[in-house]
Write a protein that binds this ligand. Structure first.
Ligand code: CA
Length: 224
């Protein structure tokens, strides 16, 4: 999943990038309100982590703009401004949660799990396609009860396909799910991940097929 981080402190951004990266999340980091607004319009993020004291204004000003665009991504405010009044203001403005700095990463992760559970895109927690199961809570795939070990990028591709299983997923959508804004995308990298993923699923006995659709992208559906 791709997470948008709007945060002007490089140290905080680097800590979050490392911590979330280890949990197979891709962070797109921007440092200003204006960049945050631009990044949000891409609509590719599963969640937004938003600082308040930004060089060009209060992060809270972004919230109405997110809602106006009807983006489903939950927003968690991460701010040194942690008084009760400020938290209430943040939640009333439309944030899904508010975490005062300093915070412990484990608490942030727990709160992210909580807001993502409420996000309709990810419900229900368990997706079952024949012998294959995917648990959105801990992002683990299994076949006939045995866990499938997937490298990070293959997991991100699989998640993106599963979220829209039975429908064609555009190539650009899959590439966006896997790469952050800063990563260079090699033209055949996605096809390589897909081909490895197919082999892994087939070796594990998952009855899933990933079809290439010329000029569009890929489609995952239950198969033989
Ligand atoms: Ca700040």
């Amino acid at each position: 999943m791709r997470i948008l981080l709007v945060e002007d402190e490089p140290e905080m951004a680097s800590v979050l990038r490392t911590a979330l990266g280890q949990r197979d999340m891709v962070i797109d980091h921007v440092g200003t309100l204006a960049e945050g607004e631009e990044a949000i319009t891409t609509g590719v993020h599963g969640a937004v982590l938003l600082d308040r004291n930004l060089p060009d204004g209060d992060g809270l000003d972004l919230l109405p703009r997110i809602r106006v665009r009807k983006l489903a991504a939950p927003v968690i405010i991460l701010s040194a401004r942690g008084d009760i009044e400020e938290r209430v203001q943040g939640l009333d403005t439309g944030a899904d949660d508010y975490l005062a700095k300093p915070f412990v990463i484990d608490e942030l992760l727990a709160r992210m799990r909580a807001v993502l559970r409420r996000s309709p895109e990810l419900a229900p927690d368990l997706l079952r396609l024949g012998r294959f199961e995917f648990d959105w809570r801990n992002r683990s795939a299994s076949v006939g009860g045995s866990t499938l070990d997937l490298p990070r990028r293959e997991l991100l591709v699989l998640e993106s396909l599963l979220r829209r299983h039975g429908r064609a997923v555009q190539r650009a959508t899959l590439e966006e799910a896997v790469y952050g804004f800063d990563d260079e995308i090699q033209s055949n990298a996605l096809d390589m991940h897909i081909s490895r993923l197919r082999r892994r699923l087939s070796n594990a006995g998952a009855e899933l097929e990933i079809h290439g659709i010329r000029g569009i992208g890929y489609l995952l559906k239950p198969g033989a």
